[in-house]
Design a protein around this ligand. Structure first.
Ligand code: SIN
Ligand code: FE
Length: 292
């Protein structure tokens, strides 16, 4: 099965007919990347000044924006620049929301927005710790924001002004990866979730699900032999294209590229068309116990 499915959408707010929408939603749930080669996020002439790593604050790798509070963070921009950069990210958040509403109308109000991120740094050759190295295939799991089984659905737009693609690799299926690594994962230590919350290391309680997902993320990234040998499909997302994917299920790595906008959404598994495809249910099947 090729991991990419193409959708010829050219507008952010054109609703799909109900049958193609249900088909697209199921493809996403089954682990495909939905690629929209003709859907570009347009920057205005004056916004193109933001296409530079200079707007990052300190050692930050991305500027973040919270569409729920309109707060922007990790940027050196001040005054009018800060307002304009926030407006650009807010517009991306709104368009990403419209896109998901049109492609996955079934999810409706069950879909809640997370953070918006702007990534103006070249991904290749960046020095990071192995666990933070996104050039290694992984599923997304958040160390400080437990999500108790909720899905992570992300919309990405490559806004590179020089026509450079964002290059990804897609790894094996979630089922295969989980069968390989899940049996090796030790149980969460008793009391540890309570302590992490108490010390404000996590925002909320880290569930057994969050524990397993984080361990899967780390174990796969740290296994150099696995990284070398696992079958990967390389794909180049061209400049001015958009794609969406459940990154908690699809093994992915970003090898190269600069200037990306990304919007995260959360979805309760009960809102899926078929929750058997969720990492939560797959892992509960493997462990034969409730995880969230
Ligand atoms: C990731 O989610 O691993 C990184 C995606 C990207 O920056 O292209
Ligand atoms: Fe990732």
């Amino acid at each position: 099965m090729h991991p990419i499915s193409t959708l010829e959408l050219a507008q952010w707010d054109t609703p799909l007919e109900s049958t193609p929408a249900a088909e697209a939603t199921l493809e996403l749930e089954r682990g495909k990347v939905l690629f929209m080669p003709r859907l570009a996020f347009a920057l205005s002439q004056s916004e193109s000044r933001f296409l530079s790593p200079d707007w990052l604050e300190g050692s930050a790798k991305n500027v973040s924006f919270d569409p729920r509070t309109d707060k922007i963070a990790h940027t050196s921009a001040s005054a009018g620049d800060r307002v304009a950069l926030a407006a650009m990210m807010s517009r991306f958040a709104q368009q990403a929301r419209r896109l998901i509403t049109n492609v996955c109308p079934h999810y409706g109000d069950d879909l809640s927005p997370g953070l918006t991120s702007f990534r103006p740094v070249q991904t290749s050759g960046r020095m990071t710790s192995p666990k933070k190295d996104d050039t290694r295939v992984h599923i997304d799991a958040f160390a400080s924001r437990p999500n108790q089984g909720r899905r992570i659905l992300r919309v990405f737009s490559n806004v590179n002004p020089r026509g450079e693609p964002r290059i990804w690799e897609i790894g094996e299926t979630f089922d295969a990866m989980a069968d390989r690594f899940a049996p090796r994962i030790a149980r969460q230590a008793p009391g540890s979730a309570w302590l992490l919350e108490k010390l404000h290391i996590t925002k909320g309680r880290r569930s057994a699900y969050d524990h397993v997902m984080l361990r899967l993320h780390d174990t796969a990234k740290l296994d150099v032999g696995y990284q070398r040998a696992t079958v990967k499909t390389r794909f180049e997302f061209p400049a001015q294209s958009t794609w969406m994917v459940f990154t908690d299920r699809v093994m992915h790595a970003a090898l190269a590229g600069q200037f990306l906008l990304e919007q995260t959404f959360y979805l309760p598994v009960a809102a899926m068309l078929d929750e058997r495809y969720s990492p939560l249910r797959i892992l509960e099947d493997i462990y034969q116990r409730q995880l969230a």
